[in-house]
Structure formats: structure tokens, C-alpha cells
Design a protein around this ligand. Structure first.
Ligand code: F6P
Length: 549
């Protein structure tokens, strides 16, 4: 990019186009363009994206593509895959794509090919999973493991948990995988209650090995283990860790052979492809974990090779920029119509908001444009009976991504047909709405006085013209899920390039960690309360008083 984004020619062009588009209605485009759906539908890696229900015409797509070119998206994309130090505040390469690189080509970091280590770690995961599943790796009494407790938070939790949940039909029989993230003791207490320590394996996942929540939960699990029959010597059989900080893991008491490595060039929210995905492999079996990685690799290849106009992550990214920067959309909703994919909005929430929730450019200047939107959502159809009302009839613009597997294993046909009809029906209702005249007409012969009829018609009027994407998959198998996750990773990356952000650091979470630790000190021994503002000091005092009562 040369020069200021908001005064660039593509940005100015888009500003002008936005003015003219805002007087038009998608309903009219669909009426006038019989081929609109096919023109704006594309498929890649088992995913079909219909983006026809958006505020786009050929000139808009052209201008958005020019914006991507102006911002050097192709060059920066290639730089990421090549191991350039694009995380410039932490001086790190960004190479989660190397973790799923099955091309046989080397990937260099500081002149060193990382692929041998990546493949060796995959092999270690594979062997470990085979041993646990076959019962050759056992607990302290020689019994096979029945339960895995995965402890981690943020990217060391969401990816493993949500992918495991999404692939429930592929889960390995006889092994229950539980996830604990929150430092709220209720969570670990509930999970450990009823488990037999002799058949439970604890997987502690922390890239940094410094995260308070994860360390505390692991200590609690260790106390539970030791107080219910386990000995210090048995810990090596029951506790494994995934971390890039091997030394800290060893100091914590983890046996070195039980530590699965990862590397500082893998960001936390991009880490499910590393050994952080061990609980996924344990839950599904190694072959399904590898299929997940292979699906992501396919999407990487698509992202690297498809022209910008036919590049699915780029299209999703540009549509997001269109609404965020030219129509002030503050949020973006994700609506998976598939119960097992219900966690996906939370996954993308961290991915997107921790990556692009920033307002300083990569060279350290303040932005003068909007950046990452609020990401939210939940499974359909539940939202239809809750928050969809606001999407349909409020004045707030909320672009939506609908997602649906076209077939699902072991599902009653009637249920799936209803699920699909609701999904498609919602996208149609959002797009076309219902005019005042249609609503007024519907109220004929209802015996209403004229003013009552008009008033009710006004309430029932649906403006429509609400944008949405629809993503459908033949089925959500491990490979397709891998491609779906990589699709959103690359979407977020492209948006970060356009907004000139470093999408791979997360300094905004640091202050809270530091202050949280200071408050903990004050809560524990009352020291240093004078350093807090009056509100925080009073809250600490109130808490301490309650504890001593
Ligand atoms: O606090 C945010 C964060 O750093 C995330 O980016 C990360 O996924 C999470 O904490 C967990 O970090 P770790 O794996 O180092 O425990």
C-alpha cells in the first residue's frame, strides 16, 4: 500500500458506490437478474458459498478487488506462507499453515526448515493416540484410559473443544473428552466429580505455560489426583502437557517425554493444528485429526492460488470490509444451522476479535477507519425465536453468515428438512422482506377499522435488503471442517491486511492480566490496596470482608 488508505482511489471509489447502492434493494436485483445466484456462487474445498444476497453489483466487486490489490493482499499472503516476520511486534513468523503442510515442500523460519519437527510432532501425536485407544498406554492401575480432561483457555481451549464437538459423529467410542477453561472452580470441580483418577488422563495445554487459569486448574487436578489414590510417581502416567515453553513445563513437574512441543510461530488462536489439537486426535482418532489438517491445507492452496475475484476467503473478507467501512456495520453474526457446530461463533469470535480488534496500524499509527467488527451468533433455529427479530426489523445493519451441512449422519430426515428450510427461509426473508402494501393487503377481510389496519401493516412491514452469505457443505466431515476453519482464518488475515493491522499479537489482553495479579495479591493479603482507584479498592475490601465473615 502506498499512501493513506482512506484517500486512496479504491477507497474513494467505494465511498461513491456506497452512496448509490444505498438507494437500491436486493429484491429488485433478484427480480431483474435471473442468473444472480449462479453469478455470485462459488465452491472450493467442499464448501459452496452463495454470496448473491449482498449489496453487490459487478462494479462493487471490481472496486473491492482493486482495494485488495491496492493493499497488496497477494504479496502479503505469499509473505505469510513464506515465513516472513509479519507479527512485527513480537518479531515472529506466522506459520500455522506449516502445521498442515502436506505438500512435501520445506517451510523456513530463520533459515531452518520447520517441517521435520512438525512431522515428528504429528507422529508423536499419532503414536500417543494409538497407544491410548488400544489400551497399551495405561494408568497407574494398568487400566485403559476412559476419560481425558483437557485444561487450557483461549486458543488452547476453543479450537480443541469446538472441533471435537463439531465432529461428534466421528468420535472414538469408549473415551470421554472433557474440557476445562475457566478459573472458576465450579468448572473443574464439576468435571472431576465422578471421574476415576486411575483411568483419567490430564492434558494441560498452554503455549506460554504462564496462563494463570490453566496453571491453577492443573494444580487443582494434581491435588485431586494425589488425594484420591495417585502417587507422585504416577503423575507421569496421568499428566501430559502441550507447550512451547518446555522448560516451564518441566519445572512445573511434567515428565519431559510427556511434553508435546509447539513453536512461537504458532499464534494461540491459530494453534488447533499443532499439538494443542491433541484432545481432538484423542477424541476422534488420529486419521480424523489428520483429515482436519488436510482440509485446512486444501483451503490454504485455494487461498494461495485462486484469483482474488474467485478466492473464497478474499470474497468474505471484502464483503466484511464493505459493510464495516462503508455502511458502518458494527457486528457480524454467524448462524450455524447444525447443532454440533454450535460453538463455531465463539471460535470465530476469538479468531476475529483478538486478531483485528485493534486501532494501531502495523507501523504504529492510529487508524482513521473502523477495524474488526463484533462477532457473535448461535445455532439456528434457536436464534430465530430470539434475536433474529432485531436483525429483521431494527435499523441496525448486521450482515450474517448462514451455514448448513446438506446431509448429516444419523439424522431424522424430517428434522433436517425443517432445519434447512428455516435456514434458507431466513436468508430469503432477510433479503426480500415484506412491503407495507403486501402487509396491508394481507389484512383485508379481517374486519379491522382502516386506521387499525394501517397501523398493524406498519408494524408488520419488513424492510428486507439485509445482507447474508450462505455456506453449505455436503456434510461436515473432518476435512470440510478443516477447510471451514482455514477459510475464516484467511478471511480475518485479509481484513487485517486491508486495515493494516498486525493480526497476530494481542497486547490488549495484557493489562488485565497484570492488574488481575495485583488485585489477587491485595485480596490474599490486603497489601497495596492504596494503589487502586476508590472503586476497585472498595470492591476488594467488600470481597475480603465477605471472606472473613
Ligand atoms: O490471553 C489471551 C491468550 O494469550 C490467547 O491468545 C491464547 O489463546 C490464550 O491466552 C491462552 O494462552 P496459552 O496457550 O499461552 O495458555
Amino acid at each position: 500500500m502506498s499512501g493513506k488508505l482512506t484517500t486512496s482511489a479504491p477507497w474513494q471509489n467505494l465511498t461513491t458506490l456506497a452512496e448509490s447502492i444505498s438507494t437500491q434493494h436486493m429484491r429488485d436485483w433478484f427480480a431483474a437478474q435471473p442468473d444472480r445466484a449462479s453469478r455470485y456462487t462459488m465452491s472450493a474445498c467442499g464448501i459452496t458459498l452463495d454470496y448473491s444476497k449482498n449489496w453487490i453489483e459487478p462494479d462493487v466487486m471490481q472496486a473491492l478487488t482493486e482495494l485488495a490489490e491496492y493493499c497488496d493482499v497477494p504479496k502479503k499472503r505469499d509473505g505469510m506462507f513464506a515465513g516472513d516476520i509479519i507479527n512485527n511486534t513480537e518479531h515472529r513468523a506466522v506459520l500455522h499453515t506449516a502445521l498442515r503442510n502436506f505438500s512435501g515442500n520445506p517451510v523456513y523460519v530463520d533459515g531452518q526448515d520447520v517441517m521435520p519437527e512438525v512431522m515428528a510432532t504429528l507422529d508423536k501425536i499419532k503414536q500417543f493416540v494409538i497407544e491410548v485407544h488400544s489400551g497399551t498406554r495405561t494408568g497407574m492401575r494398568g487400566d485403559a484410559f476412559t476419560d481425558i480432561v483437557s485444561i487450557g483457555i483461549g486458543g488452547s481451549f476453543l479450537g480443541p473443544k469446538i472441533m471435537t464437538e463439531a465432529l461428534k459423529p466421528y468420535q472414538h467410542d469408549g473415551l470421554n473428552v472433557h474440557f476445562v477453561a475457566n478459573v472458576d472452580g465450579c468448572h473443574i470441580q464439576d468435571v472431576l466429580a465422578g471421574l476415576d483418577p486411575a483411568t483419567t488422563l490430564i492434558v494441560m495445554s498452554s503455549k506460554s505455560f504462564t496462563t494463570q487459569e490453566t496453571l491453577q486448574n492443573t494444580l487443582t487436578a494434581k491435588q485431586w489426583f494425589l488425594s484420591s489414590g495417585g502417587s507422585q510417581a504416577d503423575i507421569a502416567k496421568h499428566f501430559v502437557a502441550v507447550s512451547s515453553n518446555v522448560q516451564a513445563a518441566v519445572e512445573f513437574g511434567m515428565a519431559e517425554e510427556n511434553i508435546f512441543p509447539m513453536w512461537d510461530w504458532v499464534g494461540g488462536r491459530y494453534s488447533l493444528w499443532s499439538a494443542i489439537g491433541l484432545p481432538i486426535a484423542l477424541s476422534l482418532g488420529y486419521e480424523h485429526f489428520e483429515a482436519l489438517l488436510r482440509g485446512a491445507h486444501e483451503m490454504d492452496n485455494h487461498f494461495r492460488s485462486a484469483p482474488l475475484q474467485q478466492n473464497m476467503p478474499v470474497i468474505l473478507a471484502l464483503l466484511g470490509v464493505w459493510y464495516r467501512n462503508f455502511f458502518a456495520a458494527q457486528s457480524h453474526v454467524l448462524l450455524p444451522y447444525y447443532h454440533y457446530l454450535r460453538g463455531f461463533p465463539a471460535y470465530v469470535q476469538q479468531l476475529d476479535m483478538e486478531s483485528n480488534g485493534k486501532s494501531t496500524t502495523s507501523s504504529g499509527n492510529a487508524v482513521d477507519y473502523a477495524t474488526g467488527p463484533i462477532i457473535w451468533g448461535s445455532e439456528g433455529t434457536n436464534g430465530q425465536h430470539s434475536f433474529h427479530q432485531l436483525i429483521h426489523q431494527s435499523g441496525t445493519l448486521i450482515p450474517a453468515d448462514f451455514m448448513l451441512p446438506l446431509s448429516v449422519p444419523n439424522q431424522h430426515h424430517e428434522h433436517h428438512a425443517m432445519l434447512a428450510s428455516n435456514c434458507f427461509g431466513q436468508t430469503q426473508a432477510l433479503m426480500q422482506g415484506k412491503t407495507f402494501e403486501q402487509c396491508y393487503e394481507d389484512l383485508a377481510n379481517k374486519g379491522l377499522p382502516e386506521d387499525e389496519r394501517k397501523k398493524l401493516a406498519a408494524h408488520k412491514t419488513m424492510p428486507g435488503n439485509k445482507p447474508s452469505n450462505t455456506l453449505v457443505f455436503e456434510q461436515l466431515d473432518p476435512k470440510t471442517l478443516g477447510a471451514l476453519v482455514a477459510l475464516y482464518e484467511h478471511k480475518v488475515f485479509v481484513q487485517g491486511i486491508i486495515w493494516d493491522l498486525n493480526s497476530f499479537d494481542q497486547w490488549g489482553v495484557e493489562l488485565g492480566k497484570v492488574l488481575g495479579n495485583q488485585v489477587l495479591g491485595a485480596i490474599q493479603d490486603g497489601a497495596g490496596s492504596e494503589q487502586f482507584d476508590s472503586s476497585t479498592a472498595a470492591l476488594i475490601a467488600r470481597f475480603r470482608q465477605q471472606q472473613s465473615d
